[in-house]
Write a protein that binds this ligand. Structure first.
Ligand SMILES: [Zn+2]
Length: 399
């Protein structure tokens, strides 16, 4: 890949902030209106106030910031490839507006916080006209710019996998998907339906910060592609096929179906163990069946109280497929097994009337078995333990 990139000789903060305008979802411009600060493939502004303050402290102390990268468009305008957050930090401080109309005050000298206009005129001038920003300007076509974007971001702050995918598949579908899944404030997906209306619990273990970094979009895409692995071996296949769709309604409706289904099956009662389960995967596997929901809810309540179950999260799949492997049931400890082994003298009771009748097995050749199985209420207590040879232990647990 041949990219032409050259360092801008001089860029002052005064030049950068000139014409700065934050129009929210409609974009952010600076540099006399010629710099698109937030192009379609950039992530949302995710700097914390701490990080923003760090940027301004570097400027205040005349310490260099990392090099920023812009790409040049054929019409002479520019887009930021890397440096969006630093740019917005600087512009917000200088224009006295944190994006919500509030001034930004920073403690530069360890004594008091100051807004830009509260700094001495000399200091203001030094920041605006003497501080030098380092910017590389890259020339190239769309593909080359994206390639740059990836390369630069691998070296800088790590992008999430989904952020990188989003950079590759911008368009109407992505805009619609992000408006539902990725909003930092009042995220429609996270607010879609709660469990336990008073306490507003969510079965999704993703907070709005992570959703803003595209974690929820990534999760739901991971679920929906399972419904058609031939067409969608990977998330990028789904994004590529739907890229030009007018909306992301298919994905949004799928997500709603998953949440609605969990509500329908398990009701309003919320258990902490429900949070973060692979609900889409469960919906894909079991969502087509009809359930007697009162039976399901009673089953869950009973299993939740069962001390034999060590993996309570597994209950929510066990009630569909009845496979004990999800539950991590209690096993007998070695001390108990040793005691029972001595008592039985190494004899397996199930070997009676077989060729191994009266055979003395080694301890290692036997395993602890629940005389009354868990499914019939048997507990993991010494009185319910017997030692069986491996063959019979396996045979019994298969029954
Ligand atoms: Zn046996």
């Amino acid at each position: 890949m041949v990219m032409k990139a050259k360092l801008l000789d001089t860029l002052t903060i005064r030049q950068l902030v000139d014409g700065y305008r934050d129009s929210g979802d409609n974009g952010v411009v600076a540099f006399g209106g010629k710099l698109n600060v937030r192009p379609a493939f950039q992530r949302e502004f995710i700097y914390t106030p701490d990080k923003r303050d760090m940027v301004m402290k570097s400027v205040y102390d005349d310490l260099p910031l990392n090099v920023m990268y812009w790409s040049k468009n054929p019409d002479g305008t520019f887009e930021i490839i890397d440096g969006q957050q630093r740019t917005i930090s600087i512009c917000q401080f200088i224009t006295n507006d944190d994006g919500y109309g509030n001034p930004i005050a920073i403690n530069f000298d360890g004594r008091r916080t100051q807004t830009f206009t509260q700094l001495s005129p000399d200091k203001q001038k030094q920041i605006l006209d003497e501080y030098k920003l380092q910017v590389y300007v890259c020339d190239g076509n769309e593909d080359e710019k994206l390639e740059w974007f990836h390369t630069i971001n691998i070296a800088g702050e790590q992008m999430t996998e989904q952020e990188l995918l989003n950079a590759d598949y911008t368009g109407t579908w992505l805009t619609s998907a992000k408006a539902f899944f990725s909003k930092k404030d009042n995220n429609p997906a996270l607010n879609y339906r709660y469990f336990d209306n008073d306490r507003k619990h969510s079965i999704i273990a993703i907070n709005s910060e992570a959703a803003n970094r595209q974690a929820l979009l990534n999760l739901v895409l991971g679920w929906i592609i399972e419904t058609n692995p031939t067409q969608y071996p990977e998330i990028k296949n789904y994004m590529s096929i739907h890229r030009a769709d007018e909306t992301a309604d298919e994905l949004i409706n799928y997500y709603k179906s998953v949440v609605d289904w969990v509500h329908d099956v398990f009701g309003e009662t919320y258990y902490n163990e429900m949070r973060g389960l692979p609900w889409g995967t469960l919906y894909n596997k079991y969502g087509y069946r009809k359930y007697d929901t009162s039976v399901m809810r009673r089953a869950v309540a009973g299993l939740m109280a069962d001390e034999e179950i060590q993996n309570k999260r597994g209950i929510f799949e066990f009630v569909f497929d009845n496979d004990k492997k999800h539950l991590n049931l209690r096993q007998f400890d070695n001390a108990t097994k040793r005691t029972i082994y001595q008592k039985q003298g190494g004899i397996c009771p199930y070997c009676e009337n077989t060729e191994n009748e009266n055979k003395v097995w080694k301890f290692e050749e036997m395993d602890g078995d629940h005389i009354i199985p868990w499914s019939q209420g048997g507990k993991t207590v010494p009185e319910n333990c017997q030692m069986l040879c491996r063959h019979h232990n396996r045979k019994k647990s298969d029954d």
